[in-house]
Design a protein around this ligand. Structure first.
Ligand code: GDP
Length: 361
């Protein structure tokens, strides 16, 4: 007589997606158990995060990044519980054009910090990643040593087309990393778009990586980004490039003095470094430490974080209102009608906007 599988495991295996052959041996039971264990509760995740469990931290960040409303609900509950344990880190933003050496720098800088006994988390803001199908931290091999370092946590950038959405996910991930005991958070961003503004508004210190170029050192660099920088590090100051880098340092120093003084009273500094040779890395960290201690002494540190929180409150409302508006089914339908009417010259942009906004009232 052929043995029928017992009712209990069969029901489970259907539910948990375990194959028929698997169910015939004990490993199937273990497999079911482990799959079950892979659905921890909010409390399980929070407790594990607070103990510094990286797997739990990754899972919570995945929930933050999810578009599933149930996941978001869970993410919000986790963040709420983690919040009292957050806020205790130094947050550093690092930007620079592709090729300037950001990942090489973060590898050297992060490793320097873990050797000093710090716990370093690296996150990224890269709003273009879903368009380009790549992310700036997607290729983890870019930071080979740091990835293997038990005191470092590297998270590829959240995907999403809206900068606001990506930035929100990063901000929430910062909270989770801090709750997990990371005392230094590095946020990387590409130096080509608006993402610097978003990153600047979530970090304590903003570092711009630059290259020494021939001729006009400021060519191609957005004024706004220089204005945001607390320090400029001229990377690849090695080999034949060292002389040029030293000249660039003089140029940047001169340029920085032309900008208005910062609210913090801090005069931005220009440094030289070679991420590849790990030169100048410890000096940059010392500079950041000096900045942080000065900003804490004159209360600017707290003040800036408060300002940032207010900014993010307003930003979150803006994002939410926009996404609610554009996702309303009636708006979706009518928007294309109104666009067609504009194209055929039958309405004006203002009349169409008025009409659509009233529809949503
Ligand atoms: P990213 O695109 O800004 O992240 O830049 P990468 O870190 O990927 O670096 C781009 C290239 O520049 C790589 O080939 C690196 O090896 C090289 N590179 C980075 N830092 C230095 C440096 O300090 N000196 C030299 N000579 N090359 C560097």
């Amino acid at each position: 007589m052929s043995k029928k599988p017992k009712q209990h495991p069969t029901a489970l295996h259907e539910k948990e997606g375990v194959s028929d052959s698997e169910i015939t041996n004990t490993s199937a039971i273990n497999s079911i158990k482990s799959k079950r264990q892979s659905q921890p509760t909010t409390d399980d995740l929070v407790n594990a995060i607070l103990k510094g469990d990286i797997t739990a931290l990754s899972r919570a960040i995945t929930l933050v990044e999810s578009t599933n409303p149930q996941h978001l609900q869970k993410a919000n509950a986790i963040i709420k519980q983690c919040l009292p344990h957050a806020n205790k880190s130094v947050r550093i933003g690092i930007t620079g054009v592709p090729g300037v050496g950001k990942s090489t720098f973060i590898e050297a800088f992060g490793t320097h910090l873990t050797h000093l006994g710090k716990k370093v988390a690296v996150l990224a803001v890269d709003p273009s990643s879903s368009l380009t199908k790549g992310s700036i931290l997607g290729d983890k091999t870019r930071m080979e040593d740091l990835v293997k370092d038990k005191n470092a946590f590297i998270r590829p950038s959240a995907s999403g087309t809206s900068l606001g959405g990506v930035a929100r996910k990063t901000r929430e991930s910062i909270i989770l990393c801090e709750a997990a005991g990371f005392d230094t958070i590095i946020i990387e961003t590409v130096g080509v778009g608006q993402s610097e503004t978003a990153v600047h508004s979530m970090v304590d210190f903003f570092l711009l990586l630059q290259l020494a170029g021939a001729g006009d050192e400021l060519q191609g660099i957005k004024r706004g980004i220089i204005e945001m920088a607390d320090a400029i590090a001229i990377n690849k100051a090695d080999g034949d490039n060292l002389k040029k880098a030293k000249l660039a340092k003089v140029e940047f120093n001169r340029a920085l003095h032309m900008y208005p003084a910062k609210d913090s009273g801090w005069q931005p500094k220009v440094m030289l470094c070679s991420a590849l040779n790990e030169d100048g890395i410890s000096e940059i960290w010392e500079l950041i430490e000096t900045y942080i201690s000065e900003a804490k002494n004159n209360t600017f540190f707290e003040q800036k974080r408060n300002e940032q929180n207010k900014f993010w409150l307003l930003q979150t409302i803006d994002d939410r209102l926009k996404s609610d508006f554009y996702n309303a089914s009636e708006i979706k339908k009518e928007l294309s009608n109104q666009l067609a009417l504009i194209e055929s010259g039958k309405t004006t942009p203002f009349a169409a906007a008025e009409y659509l906004l009233k529809l949503n009232d």
